[in-house]
Ligand binder design. Structure first.
Ligand SMILES: NC(=O)c1ccc[n+]([C@@H]2O[C@H](COP(=O)([O-])OP(=O)(O)OC[C@H]3O[C@@H](n4cnc5c(N)ncnc54)[C@H](OP(=O)(O)O)[C@@H]3O)[C@@H](O)[C@H]2O)c1
Length: 307
């Protein structure tokens, strides 16, 4: 039974939702924040994630480790170093503390990028996963969520909605599949991971199971914005040529250009992963999908004055 949880990254997008969910389950929530702020928690400690100490963990039976560097498009060398410091070094330290203090449950938020490991984000998370799973913590679980959506979400989806609202986003061909998941479902998956003994030592992909294409997402954004979706498609050859030009400009300037082959890969590449294991093992059932959630996401961005 879970009584006292320690949540890192509690101030983040998923962290806040998770803390609210945990409180609704009657659990005592101890948040770890970089600076004091109010939120759905009972107690809080502040500091950098690399400075977490045994005192903060006293009496906790479960750790949800979410603090991490995410949502970077083209990180600089310093940001890559920071990535490893936060995503890898701090995770090892925290898992070691948990092992030393006999904390039985440790849920680590990793990413689908740990599959390909072709970014510093994916590499740092993958190495951290290995470290967590090699500890003697009884119930250690790694979650690899797809791109998380919901009102207030961060990263590529709000960037795309903004670009579509400005008329800058090209209608790309319908190729490539992506995995995504609603924040409410991620939080439920995290709860199952912490409370079900079957999860011990497992790594779970957490998605809503839908195969998304950027083309379809574009159409749903247009609908939510009250616009007609474009009836034409920018041919793949044109996109590839533009990406090549972007690569050349990036090389000349020593910095990535707005549109290059990395961005094209995000638009049409295949990043879909099967998430049936968590359904079979833990009975996880996603309840939301992006198409039906788009209106509330767009409305939230409108309310915030972003679009
Ligand atoms: N959102 C997604 O699509 C997605 C998908 C897969 C996996 N994930 C993983 O899920 C976790 C949470 O993601 P999110 O979307 O909620 O991210 P987020 O909103 O950017 O939140 C990141 C959290 O980490 C904290 N943090 C960052 N550096 C820190 C440091 N040096 N010391 C202490 N705290 C630090 C941030 O604190 P501040 O508020 O002070 O900055 C924030 O609370 C991350 O580990 C991410 O890799 C996210």
């Amino acid at each position: 039974m879970i009584r006292v949880v320690f949540v890192t990254g509690a101030s983040g997008y998923i962290g806040r939702k998770l803390c609210a969910f945990l409180k609704s389950k009657g659990v005592c929530v101890r948040a770890y924040l970089r600076s004091p702020e109010s939120g759905p928690w009972d107690e809080c400690f502040t500091g950098d994630i690399n400075d977490a100490s045994p005192k903060m963990l006293e009496g906790a039976d479960t750790i949800f480790h979410l603090a991490g560097k995410a949502h970077m498009i083209s990180p600089t060398v310093d940001e890559i170093r920071e990535n490893f410091k936060v995503n890898y070094d701090a995770t090892i330290r925290l898992a070691q503390l948990a092992e030393d203090l006999d904390i039985n449950n440790f849920v680590f938020f990793s990413t689908l990028a740990a599959f390909s490991r072709n970014t510093s984000y994916g590499q740092s998370k993958y190495l951290a996963e290995r470290a967590v799973l090699s500890t003697k913590i009884q119930n250690k679980v790694v979650l690899r969520p797809g791109m998380v959506y919901g009102p207030g979400c961060k990263g590529n989806l709000p960037r795309m909605i903004y670009a579509v609202s400005k008329g800058w986003f090209p209608p790309v061909p319908e190729i490539g599949r992506r995995s995504m998941v609603h924040v409410d479902d991620v939080v439920k998956a995290a709860w199952l991971a912490a409370t079900r003994p079957e999860a011990a030592g497992r790594t779970y992909v957490v998605t809503d199971g839908v195969e998304y294409s950027v083309r379809k997402i574009h159409e749903w954004i247009c609908k939510a914005l009250g616009r007609k979706a474009p009836g034409w498609t920018l041919p793949l050859n044109v996109l590839k040529t533009l990406a090549w030009v972007g690569d050349m400009i990036g090389k000349l300037h020593g910095d990535r250009f707005l549109f290059d082959s990395g961005v094209l890969e995000k638009l049409i590449g295949d990043e879909w992963y099967d998430s049936t294991l968590i359904q079979k093992d833990l009975g996880f059932r996603p309840t939301r999908n992006l198409r039906d959630s788009m209106e509330e996401i767009v409305n939230h961005l409108r309310k915030e004055g972003v679009i």
